[in-house]
Design a protein. Structure first.
Length: 231
């Protein structure tokens, strides 16, 4: 990997580029990592893996190693076939329609956490508690600020959000994104795939500041933080 901005460095250690996620006052810091094609698609054939490559996978591993916990929506867990990981994973789900017998839950390397709501079906709540730590954050809709507070109580200070787009949009609307890591894949996808954020428009279209740009194997790795010209 080579760094193009803010200063050229070739090669550059990704740990040196991404190892400085600042603390967020009163809550864990949230870094969002997503990949998109040049025309903005977040998936090929329904999954993000078709957009990636060796360079993207290597950075993915680095970002996971820097996180205390991964935050991900249930739909992404289902679509991407999440397996057991050594980094704790917190799955956001109102309905708790999850495969509790999958290795992700049945044979974890680190016990998963499930973030849900008070009105989730009681039988699924009971089943979730058998295989995961359960965080109830909100009544009908997940309160992500409350969810992050619960993660902080477990000693987790650095959160890596991995989507999907609906969860990303909720984090952005709640002002809970401290860094966006966007991999720009050298592919065109077409079709109707979602963008990295989905949902209602964001209030005032908050601006972002470009912190770094790296490149490897024709992939561009962009790192943004809040505080751009329009912020």
């Amino acid at each position: 990997m080579r760094q193009l901005l803010p200063t050229p460095v070739d090669p550059v250690d990704p740990m040196a580029v991404y190892g400085d996620l600042p603390a967020a006052p009163g809550r864990p810091a949230v870094r969002l990592n997503m990949i998109a094609s040049v025309d903005g698609a977040t998936t090929l054939d329904g999954v993000s893996g078709g957009l990636g490559g060796r360079a993207d996978q290597a950075l993915f591993a680095v970002l996971r190693s820097l996180a205390d916990v991964v935050l991900v929506a249930a739909g992404t867990v289902r679509a991407e076939g999440y397996g057991p990981y050594s980094t704790p994973v917190a799955v956001v789900s109102r309905s708790l329609r999850l495969d509790w017998d999958a290795p992700f839950f049945a044979a974890p390397l680190a016990r998963p956490t499930v973030v849900t709501v008070a009105q989730a079906p009681p039988d699924r709540l009971a089943r979730a508690a058998e295989v995961a730590e359960v965080v109830v954050a909100g009544d009908r809709d997940v309160d992500l600020a409350a969810a992050l507070a619960a993660l902080a109580e477990r000693g987790w200070k650095a959160v890596l959000a991995e989507g999907g787009p609906s969860l990303n949009g909720q984090l952005a609307r709640a002002g809970l994104l401290d860094e966006l890591c966007l991999t720009l894949s050298p592919r065109l996808a077409g079709g109707g795939a979602k963008r990295i954020l989905d949902g209602p428009p964001l209030p005032a279209a908050p601006g972002l500041r470009l912190c770094s740009v790296c490149e490897q194997d024709q992939f561009l790795f962009l790192r943004y933080r809040p505080g751009g010209r329009n912020a």
